[in-house]
Write a protein that binds this ligand. Structure first.
Ligand code: UTP
Length: 276
């Protein structure tokens, strides 16, 4: 059974400066809920209720968000405003939270390795909360779709989507052999390729299920693009030595790490999902 999910939330969020100078990017609200809460709700719905955060400096608000605020609870107890706390109370009652800190921003691979202490020797989900993924109406969410595939194949899985040629340089990109229902067996991956070097138009987004051998692989992975320890490089080693699957998920993903994606997500949630 897979029941743990890691949230690397240590990044600086430079694309949102100055907003993210003192505010964690993951705490930015899409309408009235912080990005990270959408991600945690997705993990819980997928059955991953042991939530681990890899945090960094200036991210204390994330820990506070998933803890009881006694003054606030006392202040609004019995009033009509209690309904505003329902969603976060529900999250807190269903999951356990643990935290560790990444002291230096050495890349996503390094952040995942820092989370080893929270995960141990088990397969686990990874959610990058700045990728907001919304399921099609009435359908399981993206992490739940991936858990189902993991239970069948028992190997690492990356979520992918088709992206236009002129955006491919922003992503890790896979080359793989198509199997069935949007599933590919990965045989190559490149982090942020130029469009003429991209092996396909299938880009990795911020949802993964990883088997725990990834930790040793990351330990032996040298810094790559931007001198960071890239998860994509470690996944390529894993794909070459064993098995990594890519899954073209069903649903809509918003890149909330960029201003355009964040605004689109806000409009979408306000028009389709927001209830007071
Ligand atoms: P991004 O590439 O989006 O970087 O990281 P960022 O710092 O958050 O944002 P920009 O590009 O400066 O605007 C992808 C994910 O990996 C985490 C980030 O928190 C984000 O969820 N991350 C990245 C870490 O936790 N540690 C790192 O060293 C790097």
């Amino acid at each position: 059974m897979i029941n743990k999910c890691l949230f690397p939330v240590a990044g600086y969020g430079t694309r949102f400066l100055p907003a993210t100078k003192a505010l964690a990017k993951e705490m930015m609200p899409v309408v009235n809920k912080p990005l990270v809460q959408y991600g945690v709700e997705e993990a819980i719905e997928a059955g991953l209720t042991r939530i681990g955060f890899v945090t960094g400096r200036g991210k204390r608000a994330i820990a506070d968000h998933f803890d009881i605020s006694y003054e606030l609870e006392h202040q609004i107890s019995g009033s009509g405003k209690e309904k505003y706390l329902e969603s976060i109370r529900s999250v807190m009652s269903k999951a356990q939270f643990s935290f560790t800190r990444q002291n230096e921003m050495k890349g996503l691979g390094h952040a995942i390795l820092t989370g080893e202490t929270l995960i141990g020797n088990e397969p686990f989900g990874v959610v990058l909360a700045d990728d907001l993924c919304l399921p099609d109406p009435g359908q399981p969410n993206v992490m739940a779709q991936m858990v189902k595939i993991f239970n069948q194949f028992r190997c690492s899985i990356v979520a992918v989507m088709e992206v236009p040629e002129d955006e491919i340089h922003k992503y890790g990109v896979i080359k793989g052999e198509a199997m069935k229902d949007g599933l590919y067996r990965v045989d190559d991956m490149i982090e942020k390729p130029s469009k003429d070097k991209a092996p396909s138009n299938l880009a990795i987004i911020g949802r993964y299920i990883l088997t725990p051998d990834i930790f040793d692989i990351i330990r032996n992975t040298k810094p790559g693009k931007n001198e960071e320890i890239q998860l994509t490089d470690a996944l390529l080693t894993q794909a070459q030595d064993g098995c990594v699957m890519a899954y073209r998920f069903k649903g809509t993903r918003f890149d909330c790490g960029s201003v355009d994606g964040f605004v689109s997500a806000t409009n979408h949630v306000y028009e389709n999902l927001y209830t007071e």
